[in-house]
Design a protein around this ligand. Structure first.
Ligand SMILES: [Zn+2]
Length: 471
């Protein structure tokens, strides 16, 4: 995208006008198959479309995604966008998916495929540079270019994300239009990050804004959130539950030795060590004001490491001062997360932390959430199925899953919240947080097991430069 952004404006405009050509069959392929199939994609596109039309499918929307097999019914979100078999025998160039891929997806309701956009960008950009005629587009200002990027990817099938007989993606398009008007009027606010995120292709229904509520209504927004909510598994280890409760009680009575001993009933070594550290290191009362760095080092890091760091699996939690590799690889302006998880050599999860002194700074926290979605978008654009994102503000954290829901629409869905105890009083709240933290752990392990990327016909535009338009 960065390359595109820097190229001449006529070429950019021409590119976007031809963008509709790039609709290509969703494909699921393994990493190794991907390498060998990349060359085929460029030449295979026309064949694919042709053979599909011969089969009499997909002509209405020019979408090569297999049509929905089940009619949608009222108040049910259909998941046909996420057909578990998005490949089909429609073309000799279609690559068979790996066996691994046939296994159940972690996002069982959110299958999707990801992008050969790089090749297409190269191809069409090259073509349009050659044929670009200059005069009519020189008057485009930067906002117009931004808007062109924002509106470049459109969905073509209104049956893929349906709620109460309405296409939710069409509603997100309306919301996006409202956000574009706010962008032109310089009315976007960091404190309302969902409006900014929608421009970058991510819908964040857990962060409603007046503009979002106007487009969707509160009632519909609630239905959308309900349909995207994850049912978290309660912790099934009763012994661990009882042991931690007993430990908390001892600690409240200042019996630290007994509190540590009680934790012996916790079989999960990481969980036991986490609570042991909390019992030994936290005091019953609040310390003075704490910096963001201290919060991360002493309180956030032990919890996130316990649920993400696993050297044996080569999964490493970083609290880095380094740029996002996924963004660097895609040539977009790299940013630095407070926390990231790397599995193998791939970034799989990101986190942002705000210290107690800025806990009520809605601009800071809103912009952090937008930055998190940018990290997530860069990874989703590489063909990952889901990106877990974590935002911690002082003593409480929120876990999100960033997913693709329809062509051009990603969703930032809340999974659950967790407590970051800074005193022993909040130990019980951490115990209650375990289902959400276990989801984070399981999702990262699933991603490590399924590191092959999917192929999708589009990528979300990166809008790093939005900041200067936002108050
Ligand atoms: Zn629609």
């Amino acid at each position: 995208m960065r390359k595109l952004w820097n190229s001449n404006r006529a070429a950019v405009r021409k590119y976007w006008s031809e963008h509709e050509l790039e609709d290509i069959q969703y494909k699921n392929i393994s990493k190794s198959a991907k390498r060998s199939s990349r060359l085929d994609n460029a030449t295979g596109e026309y064949q694919l479309r042709n053979s599909l039309q011969k089969l009499g499918e997909g002509t209405q929307h020019q979408s090569l995604t297999p049509p929905s097999s089940s009619p949608h019914s009222a108040s049910v979100v259909t998941n046909s966008d996420i057909s578990p078999t998005p490949y089909s025998p429609m073309s000799p160039t279609t690559t068979r998916p790996s066996k691994k891929r046939d296994r159940e997806s972690f996002e069982s309701s959110d299958h999707h495929a990801a992008g050969i956009q790089d090749e297409l960008n190269q191809k069409y950009l090259l073509k349009s540079s050659n044929s670009a005629h200059s005069d009519d587009s020189l008057d485009l200002d930067e906002t117009d270019e931004l808007v062109a990027m924002i509106t470049s990817v459109r969905h073509k099938d209104c049956n893929l994300w349906v709620l109460d007989d309405s296409c939710v993606t069409c509603m997100t398009d309306k919301y996006k239009e409202a956000s574009i008007r706010a962008l032109r009027a310089r009315e976007l606010k960091k404190s309302e990050p969902a409006d900014i995120m929608m421009l970058a292709g991510t819908f964040a229904p857990w962060h409603p804004t007046p503009m979002m509520e106007k487009v969707f209504s509160k009632n519909i927004l609630k239905k959308i959130r309900d349909s995207l909510s994850k049912k978290l598994e309660p912790i099934d280890d009763q012994d661990a539950d009882m042991s931690i409760l007993l430990s908390i009680r001892h600690r409240a009575n200042n019996k630290i030795k007994e509190a540590v001993e009680a934790l012996n009933g916790v079989k999960d070594l990481k969980l036991r060590l986490l609570f042991q550290q909390i019992v030994e290191e936290l005091s019953a009362g609040e310390q003075g004001e704490m910096s963001e760095e201290t919060l991360i080092a002493n309180h956030v890091s032990p919890i996130l490491r316990a649920f993400t760091h696993d050297p044996e699996l080569k999964i490493f939690a970083h609290f880095p001062n380094t740029n996002s590799r996924a963004q660097t690889q895609q040539g977009v302006k790299p940013d630095r997360p407070d926390f990231k998880v790397v599995a193998g050599n791939k970034e799989v999860a990101f986190g942002e932390v705000t210290g107690p002194s800025q806990r009520n700074d809605r601009n800071k926290n809103g912009w952090d959430l937008y930055r998190l979605a940018r990290f997530g978008t860069a990874v989703l654009n590489q063909g990952t199925e889901v990106v877990p994102l974590v935002q911690v503000v002082a003593g409480s954290g929120t876990i999100y899953r960033h997913i693709v829901k329809d062509r051009g629409v990603m969703v930032l869905a809340e999974v659950g919240v967790f407590s970051v105890p800074t005193t022993t009083i909040h130990m019980g709240a951490l115990l209650a947080s375990l289902p959400a933290l276990n989801w984070l752990r399981d999702c990262i392990k699933w991603l490590d097991d399924h590191s092959e990327s999917l192929i999708r016909s589009w990528t979300a535009a990166d809008l790093a430069q939005l900041k200067k338009y936002v108050q």
